[in-house]
Design a protein around this ligand. Structure first.
Ligand code: GAR
Length: 201
């Protein structure tokens, strides 16, 4: 049997996307989770990963202040020790330097809660509402040095409904994130870079 693709998942918070990725990597999946890593030692997702039997580690970014390079040097230690083939950012809320990204060129993925190239960065749902958009969604893309701008590996759309707030829209998009990211990871682990386009919810 061929070796499984080793997947490390980086989180900052609750880790609901991480849970869906881990749960998707069942016995017949080409990949397996080898590490869940957080920049916040108190991230709720770390306990969820432990409960799923995945090794966890954390490197608190706060003592490093504005020194992103030093933080990333510390972050690299547990990450490289896990020998990942693929790194999935799943609600990881630190911007990574080009040097860090380059180490994982072509094998680092991110999920973003908008239909990129619309709304890179933060507050995506409020921005979609403010613009009067009829639909919103999420994107999985390859991570490159430019924020939220790498090649798109998958997208899923949801309608914006009358009376939506950023919270209700965010919940609807998150439901699609939970379907999209596992679908993209499976295809990526199979060596197929064709974008996954999920039908509208
Ligand atoms: C998700 O909506 C993800 O798309 C977003 O953070 C949330 C994390 O939720 N990521 C970003 O905004 C990245 N810039 P989770 O911790 O429950 O997976």
């Amino acid at each position: 049997m061929t070796e499984k693709v080793r997947v490390a998942i980086l989180i900052s918070g609750g880790g609901s996307n991480m849970v869906k990725l881990v749960e998707s990597m069942s016995a017949d999946h080409p990949a397996k989770p080898v590490l869940v890593l957080s920049n916040d030692p108190a991230a709720a997702g770390l306990d969820r990963a432990r409960a799923l039997g995945v090794p966890v580690a954390s490197v608190d970014h706060r003592p490093f202040g504005k020194d992103r390079a030093m933080f990333e040097t510390a972050l690299l230690a547990p990450l490289l020790a896990a020998q990942p083939d693929v790194v999935c950012l799943a609600g990881f809320m630190r911007v990574l330097t080009p040097g860090f990204v380059a180490r994982f060129a072509g094998r680092m993925l991110n999920i973003h809660p908008s239909l990129l190239p619309k709304y890179p960065g933060l507050h995506t749902h409020q921005r979609a509402l403010d613009a009067g958009d009829a639909e919103a969604g999420c994107t999985v893309h390859e991570v490159t040095a430019d924020l939220d701008a790498g090649p798109i590996l998958g997208q899923a759309r949801v309608p914006v409904l009358p009376g939506d707030t950023a919270d209700t829209l965010s919940a609807r998009v998150l439901g699609m994130e939970h379907r999209l990211y596992p679908a993209v990871l499976r295809r990526f682990a199979e060596g197929d870079r064709t974008p996954v386009l999920l039908p509208a919810a």
